[in-house]
Design a protein around this ligand. Structure first.
Ligand SMILES: [Zn+2]
Length: 174
């Protein structure tokens, strides 16, 4: 099996509009839950991977966010709660959250995928950690095609197409 570990961004990738959204107001896209479920049924661990600056100023509660993501079916949740100015090592495109996942679960980066809507944060994190990046056109960078040339990543329409691509790669016999 080529890919056994899938990291998925929250805002703009599984719902919302790519910008901050509270746990209460967050609306999932139509096929997000089915996509998470499909990947898990096919034997992948599926991790949420999200920067949430609003935790650092108390606007968002980290535990509530974690619970809401686990309720969507994620195997585990990796959150950067810091503000950009704090200079932490876990805010995407830095790779601290990937390292945290590696310390907790056994997987190889070559068998992992990062799915996200942000070229800078998500595809940047994919590049920095040398993990395959899949960009979805549902969030904040959907219209800015100029950015896609800066990153080597796969372009798909949405989370469901990303999940289907992963499953198709895994079902290849060679
Ligand atoms: Zn952080």
């Amino acid at each position: 099996m080529k890919f056994d570990t899938v990291f998925i961004d929250r805002d703009g990738t599984i719902g919302g509009n790519g910008h901050y959204c509270s746990v209460e107001d967050f609306v999932l896209f139509e096929h997000s839950l089915a996509s998470i479920q499909l990947l898990k049924e096919k034997g992948c661990r599926v991790f949420a991977l999200t920067n949430q600056t609003k935790i650092s100023d108390g606007t968002m509660n980290e535990e509530e966010l974690r619970c809401s993501l686990l309720a969507m079916g994620f195997t585990d949740v990796f959150i950067c709660p810091h503000h950009e100015t704090e200079g932490c090592h876990c805010r995407k495109p830095k790779i601290g959250l990937i390292e945290e996942a590696e310390n907790k679960y056994l997987f190889e980066r070559k068998n992992a995928v990062i799915i996200g809507d942000s070229y800078k944060a998500d595809m940047g994190c994919a590049k920095n950690s040398q993990i395959v990046g899949i960009h979805v056109a549902t969030g904040r960078d959907a219209e800015d095609k100029s950015l896609c040339h800066a990153h080597e990543c796969l372009e798909v329409a949405d989370i469901y197409e990303a999940a289907q691509w992963i499953v198709a790669q895994n079902s290849k016999t060679n």
